[in-house]
Design a protein around this ligand. Sequence first.
Ligand SMILES: [Zn+2]
Length: 383
Amino acid sequence: MQFKDAVGQQEVKHKMIGMVNSGRVPHAMMLLGPEGNGNLVLALALAQYIQCENKQEDDSCGVCASCTKNHKFIHPDVHFTYPVVPKKSGDPPISTDYITEWRSALAANPYMNVNEWLQSIQAENRQGNITVRECHEIIKGTSLKTYESEYKIQIIWLAEFLREAGNTLLKVIEEPPADTIFILIVENIEMVLNTIISRTQLIKANCIDDDDIRQALLKRFEMDENIARRIARIADGNFNAALAIADGQESDNDKLLHRWLVCCFNLKLKPSAGNGQNLVDWIEEFAKIGRENQKIFLKYALFFLRECALVSFTGHSEKLEGEELKFATGLSSKLDGEQFGNIATIINQLYYHIERNANPKILFMSNSFKIASVFKNEEVEIE
Ligand SMILES: [Zn+2]
């Protein structure tokens, strides 16, 4: 990957390029930022730049032998660690067990999130993990000579998955061999051991600007300018979400959400057999749109609720317009910020379960009643 492949993030790119060109690359850095912001792409671009045999002023050359190998994720001096699940039960897995899948996943979408990665290796409901055995592999790797570059680069994607196993790496991260560079990528810093954080140089990367996402979408897809702008608003700085929405071609999420929330609202406040049937009909229809579109719908719902909460606090939203804004304004006159937050929590849970292949009909039935309770301001149990 080259820096030009990373969407937006000019400031971070500039900082990284400056570090390399001034010969001040830290031996261990932690790249911190939210899901979908392209941290992995930035780490790959940095690794490729460090190892490029013909560095340009602001990017790797893209064509030298080293760049060619990095482009295919097969450079022998770039090592990857990422969360995995055991292939056979009881076997502590290591990252290279899944190296073929990893290279395919990177080639397909380096903006992927961890759940997408874990689903691609058939993790199903199992939690991903970076094992102590993997940490020993990392340590062993740092003690070997480099094959063809000045530096060995160890990229750890989502170091929060190290959990307590991180203790095993403390010494090597604090004082790695002179030819070793660690790049730890982290989304949730509160899940990383403090002793690891204190041994790395922190580089923060924020969400991607809406405008950068809009431009990147227009480059990749044949798409109307207004649609790109709208997708960028919903994606809210997450390019992975933007890609999913653009791929899904599902553009009626606003109407679908409107109908669902009205169903939930009527369930409690105007209960009748007809209203119950409306919900059943909606769920039947929703179950047919397929899991990927369901996920996009839920992302849209989260975006919309966030904007509703903003409308209820400030009276306006910069991201909604037309019918959406009208609906949001109507809802925010009935609900307060806390209620919007409670509905968002329910929707986050729905997303979690849908991603793990739960049955949407059962899920949406029970959760529609939960949302109805929030509308009625009843005590509602939120997982
Ligand atoms: Zn090169």
